[in-house]
Design a protein around this ligand. Structure first.
Ligand code: BTN
Length: 246
């Protein structure tokens, strides 16, 4: 991962750019990475916009062809990427890092990064996966509503981090976990992922269709649904759009 690296100064979205490349030309090598100094239409999950100050952060997308993964198992990619990002960031930020289900990277109660995975399914298999990663690294000021909910590495460390070095570490870590998974040795990925979940086993508030309730995250289902045990009823499994953290 990252051997074939294409660095752009500005692009709408690295996910879009990579998707276009895969449909246009010669087959791209698996592991190709597109990174951009500036995204002017960066995309987040649920149709959100991803904001990042140009030149200060990591915004990149990588290409995998995990055709050994069936559609029912696709959450394994979310787990793999979240765990890899956590592993690498732990070296910089030893305390307070978690993964907010499904794949936001959190530092205490603030978001430090996000992942947008776009899979191409053929038959029942994942023919192609475009994994977009945005991490707040050297940006010191966040505007508007992001201000209280977002954090960067440099805000904590009080010094800049080398973006290319960090990118290389992330690519290496993703590749290691990916090769293990492909060789059928990805068995502890789920345990690693669950052990790092934000709010695991803590009582907190959630919103389901406008209904606010208190409960504890217990883990995830086989297919990656979030399992929450409301304090006064049995465990419920939620899909991504079905529950909001309060
Ligand atoms: C989220 O938190 O909702 C996901 C954010 C994903 C942002 C990254 S930045 C690189 C890649 N290109 C995009 O347009 N989005 C992803």
């Amino acid at each position: 991962v990252g051997q074939n690296l294409i660095k752009l100064s500005a692009v709408d979205s690295t996910n879009n750019y990579l998707k276009n490349l895969t449909s246009n030309s010669e087959p791209l090598p698996e592991g190709t990475v597109i990174m951009a100094e500036h995204q002017f239409a960066g995309r987040g999950q649920l149709g959100n916009v991803w904001h990042a100050e140009p030149g200060k952060n990591l915004t990149f997308s990588l290409l995998l062809r995990p055709s050994f993964i069936a559609i029912e198992q696709q959450f394994v990619l979310n787990m793999l990427v979240s765990v890899a990002l956590n592993d690498v960031l732990l070296k910089y930020l030893p305390d307070g890092l978690t993964v907010k289900w499904p794949n936001d990277i959190y530092l205490n109660d603030k978001k430090i990064g996000g992942v947008l995975i776009e899979n191409l399914i053929v038959g029942r298999l994942i023919k192609q996966s475009i994994i977009g990663i945005g991490l707040n690294i050297n940006q010191l000021v966040f505007e508007g509503e992001l201000k209280d909910r977002t954090v960067s590495i440099a805000q904590i460390l009080q010094q800049d981090v080398n973006l290319m070095a960090l990118l290389a570490e992330i690519c290496t870590q993703i590749e290691q976990l990916y090769l293990k998974l492909r060789a059928g040795r990805g068995t502890n990925l789920r345990d690693l992922y669950v052990s790092r979940l934000y709010r695991l086993n803590k009582i907190a508030r959630y919103n389901h269709n406008g209904q606010v309730f208190e409960g504890k995250i217990e883990g995830i289902s086989e297919t990656g649904l979030l399992r929450i045990k409301p304090i006064d009823s049995a465990t419920v499994e939620f899909g991504f759009k079905e529950v909001a953290f309060i």
